[in-house]
Design a protein around this ligand. Structure first.
Ligand code: NAD
Length: 373
């Protein structure tokens, strides 16, 4: 039985990347029926909304989607389709593995981090009040002189439910993938109410996993060595410094939405940049796989940007579908092409103007050609 997967090409460079990822995933030999659903800027012009119901219906029906980036207009215009998708489908966990492949230009020797970002609340909840609005005035009146009269306000809700759920996801991920440590990241010295609550929930979850053996280490389990998944905490500012100095000391990092957004870009930078950083948004019922990067509008239609991030998002998708062998084949082919350094896009060359850099399509073809069925 083939898997049916919703493919959302997106806009900007999305469609060319989606085509490249589809080409490589199909070359792995796995049977996937792609249900293509357009969304984003062009769809807004044609259908009056960038995210028609048919897209959501398709993802709900198939339960798995691969998505190219979608533009969010700055200032005015429609709100983020990416955030709307995560909310509508309750994709509460954002998983962003940042692994260094030999051949990638970076300052580090070994980085293998996984950022787990809470996806549903925090400053991304979309509860915002313009300066001078009646609601802003009401909140200012409650704040006992702590907020200026002319302030705009964005609220930061953090709940016990969502915090517990995301930290539990991080520990489950660690347990199932042979990871040794979960680090909770927030800033409770300043945000005592919200971030304090996040850490309290994290500590409760950590207690439940004390002494649990990481499943991907069966040899150790048989030997009876009861490897606990270690738990520690860092304040987000100190964590940033730790990560750029000693990334090898960290493993799975779990944090609220905004810190997760920022730190996953930071971690992507440690392993070679946005062009190689995959991601997944996962809920209890549905999972949507997409690169960290955006629609890079200035490169639209130029066959220029790096398809690796979306292809590696496809690797995460294949693992989610239980297609481990196909996932390993694709990942190995990506690693081989990167290590060789010949058929790679401009961003992976020492000089960005290197005329030997290949295009999106050519890099995908080189990866597909490396695949042993
Ligand atoms: P961006 O990630 O699109 O691009 C920033 C720069 O990073 C690019 O100019 C390019 O130099 C580089 N880059 C990005 N992807 C690359 C790739 N695959 N290969 C090589 N280089 C790459 O960020 P932005 O310019 O801030 O955002 C553009 C649009 O994308 C915005 O509308 C933003 O809201 C949206 N966005 C969407 C998503 C998503 O769909 N999940 C995520 C982030 C941003």
């Amino acid at each position: 039985m083939p898997h049916t997967v919703t493919l959302i090409p997106g806009d900007g460079v999305g469609p060319e990347l989606a085509q490249a990822a589809r080409r490589v995933i199909d070359a792995s030999g796995v049977a996937i029926e792609w249900e293509v659903q357009d969304a984003g800027l062009g769809v807004m012009e044609k259908e009056g909304t960038p995210l028609p119901d048919r897209v959501l219906d398709s993802v709900r029906r198939n339960k798995v989607a691969l998505k190219g980036p979608i533009t969010t207009p700055r200032g005015g215009g429609f709100r983020s389709v990416n955030v709307a998708l995560r909310k509508a489908l309750d994709l509460y966990a954002c998983l962003r593995p940042c692994k260094l492949y030999p051949g990638v230009r970076t300052r580090f020797d070994k980085v293998d981090l996984v950022v787990v970002r809470e996806n549903t609340e925090d400053l991304y909840a979309g509860v915002e009040f313009e300066a001078g609005s009646a609601e802003a005035k009401q909140i200012i009146s409650l704040a006992a002189g702590k907020i200026r009269e002319d302030a705009a306000i964005s609220l930061k809700p953090i709940s016990g439910f969502a915090s517990e759920r995301i930290v539990d996801f991080a520990f489950r991920y660690a347990r199932d993938n042979g990871r040794r440590k979960v680090t909770a990241v927030a800033k409770d010295n300043i945000m005592k109410a919200t971030d304090g609550l996040f850490y309290r929930a994290a500590r409760e979850v950590a207690k439940r996993y004390e002494g649990k053996v990481a499943r991907a280490m069966p040899a150790m389990a048989v030997a009876g060595s009861d490897l606990a998944i270690e738990y520690d905490e860092w304040l987000v500012d100190a964590m940033c410094m730790q990560l750029v100095q000693k990334p090898e000391l960290y493993d799975v990092l779990v944090m609220p939405n905004l810190y997760g957004d920022i730190l996953s870009d930071l971690c992507a930078g440690l392993v070679g940049g946005l062009g190689v950083a995959p991601g997944a948004n996962i809920g209890d019922d549905v999972a949507l796989f997409e690169a960290i990067h955006g629609s890079a509008p200035k490169y639209t239609g130029q066959n220029k940007v790096n398809p690796t991030a979306l292809i590696l998002s496809g690797v995460l998708m294949l693992r989610h579908l239980g297609e481990k062998d196909a996932a390993d084949r694709v990942e190995k082919a990506v690693a081989a092409v990167i290590a060789e350094g010949k058929y790679v896009t401009y961003d992976m060359k020492p000089d960005r103007n290197d005329p030997t850099a290949v295009g999106t399509k050519e890099m995908a073809e080189a990866i597909a050609a490396r695949m042993t069925p």
